[in-house]
Design a protein around this ligand. Sequence first.
Ligand code: PMP
Length: 327
Amino acid sequence: ICWSERGGWHRPRVQPYGPIALDPSAAVLHYGQEIFEGLKAYRHADGSIWGFRPDANARRLQRSARRMALPELPTEHFLESIRRLIAVDGDWVPSAPETSLYLRPFMFAKEAFLGVRPANKVNYYVIASPAGAYFSGGVSPVSIWLSTEYSRAGKGGTGAAKTGGNYAASLVAQAEAAEHGCQQVLFLDSVEGVWLEELGGMNVVLVRKDGTLITPHSDSILEGITRDSILQLAEDRGHRVERRQVSLQEWRDGVASGDIVEAFACGTAAVVTPIGLLKGVVDGESFEIGSADAAPGALTMSLREELTDIQYGRRPDPHGWMLRLDA
Ligand code: PMP
């Protein structure tokens, strides 16, 4: 779909996947004025195709648009874009266990000019790609590297928007994590450097012995739709949920005293991943909590199972999260 200041949203169409032409002066190539989303469509046992909370992705894309001076795509257009793509070929949505169709809606400044200002010509696309099971040999814990040199987003910055620059900023930290044998990087806040923020592409939740779930509240992290859903399911079961500032120290002390018994990361791609090991260097001293081969926590795994059962239509959907996409 195209957008221009004069014409609004126009020219919705489905076209074969392939390169797109961009003017070398297109604003996105210079100033990074772009936003995106990530969500999945699931095939249920009767063959029908369902999206998980696509309206929440539409609203988050609108919030990202406001922050990045892009036009807001109305929710109806967002949902219609996904439906039309799926209507072209429903076979795209795989049916093997734990597979899905990953959808990547994105919007960028296409207008060609060299000054710095919001673009008056914008394109919105959705691409789709079948996704295999994230964990092929059973759910395994992730090891995390604490980044103290880099932050992903600053106060008043774009951390709460899903925009490419945040991910570009996390690449060197991600590489550093890999050098330390970790698959993910954990960021702290950019002001005091003591509060937990999020991983490169997932939110973090800690579980206390009494069943309370704690998750960082911050203006500079991406509000994950998976996290919101998992915490809702936990609340439904009577668990207490605290959305507040959480310090790295609280996590370390909680693990040391036995009060924090599980930790997990969550996001669309992996749904819920147990955190096995966290390591890093604080005040010149190396530390480690947990272990890379720790057994996944019981609550982590049962919340994961409940959410994936809802997504695959294996149990009732009490919150009306699933939206039929092929009818
Ligand atoms: N934080 C970041 C930085 C992410 O990229 C993602 C993945 N979109 C998340 C959190 C989790 O969000 P969601 O559950 O909506 O996928």
